[in-house]
Design a protein around this ligand. Structure first.
Ligand SMILES: [Mg+2]
Length: 239
């Protein structure tokens, strides 16, 4: 990648913060409270399946097909059913409250996150955070992880009522950053949501495929996409 980079668009979940680990941890803790007599392996199993969401309820929410709370309840019931855990009736609301409390306590940056953010700050590169989190969740994650003042803007699904991969969100970020699209590097762990729309707008893109992410790089990947295994490799791209 030889083009000049003057600004960054960054994804949040599983790019800067280890959201998957926090979700598994939160789900496991809450399952333990809801089903104290169940086999302890089911607590962890619940946490993992709830996080990995094999029925892709989160994708349906991201496409605007279902509301956030409906997504959560469908995911909960699917996971509970799969692990043959007892119906908890209206205690789903307890799950929601306890889950978010546990999730908040489980927030953690990846080891290489500050390396990238510090390098970008040192190079004077403005950064915009673009996330499919709700405003409330994004605010919490940014606050807990201490990233609050790092970004020119934080764009969530609530900011304009749209989420990634809608290219308009990237275009709004470009406006906030105040530089041409060709000088922006978009960094994220999801090819379809973080990388493809940026490339379509003429931005540069670094697709983060961490070694434990269970992702595979397709043979026909657009040659404009740089694949990186760590955020440290993104630092090297900044020149
Ligand atoms: Mg992500």
């Amino acid at each position: 990648m030889s083009q000049r980079i003057s600004a960054l668009i960054l994804d949040l979940d599983d790019t800067l913060i280890d959201t998957r680990a926090a979700m598994v941890e939160a789900g496991t803790l809450v399952a333990k409270d809801l089903w104290p007599d169940a086999d302890p392996r089911r607590w962890r199993g619940f946490g993992e399946r709830y996080c990995f969401d094999p029925q892709q309820f989160y994708e349906r929410y991201a496409r605007g097909e279902i509301e956030f709370m409906e997504m959560r309840r469908l995911r909960f019931e699917e996971t509970r059913g799969h692990h043959e855990l007892a119906d908890v009736g209206d205690r789903f609301s307890t799950f929601e409250t306890d889950y978010w409390s546990a999730f908040e306590k489980s927030q953690a940056l990846f080891d290489d996150t500050l390396e990238l953010l510090d390098a970008a700050d040192d190079a004077g590169l403005p950064m915009s955070l673009v996330t499919n989190s709700s405003q409330l969740l994004a605010d919490m994650k940014v606050r807990i992880s201490g990233l609050g003042s790092r970004f020119v803007s934080v764009l969530t699904t609530g900011t304009y009522g749209i989420g990634k991969p809608d290219r308009r969100l990237f275009d709004h970020a470009r406006t906030d950053l105040g530089v041409p699209a060709a000088e922006i590097l978009s960094v994220g762990d999801h090819l379809g949501r973080d990388i493809t729309p940026a490339v379509q707008l003429g931005m540069q893109a670094a697709w983060l495929v961490r070694s434990d992410s269970h992702q595979s790089v397709p043979d026909n990947l657009d040659e404009r996409v740089q694949v990186v295994a760590t955020l440290g490799e993104v630092v090297a791209l900044l020149g």
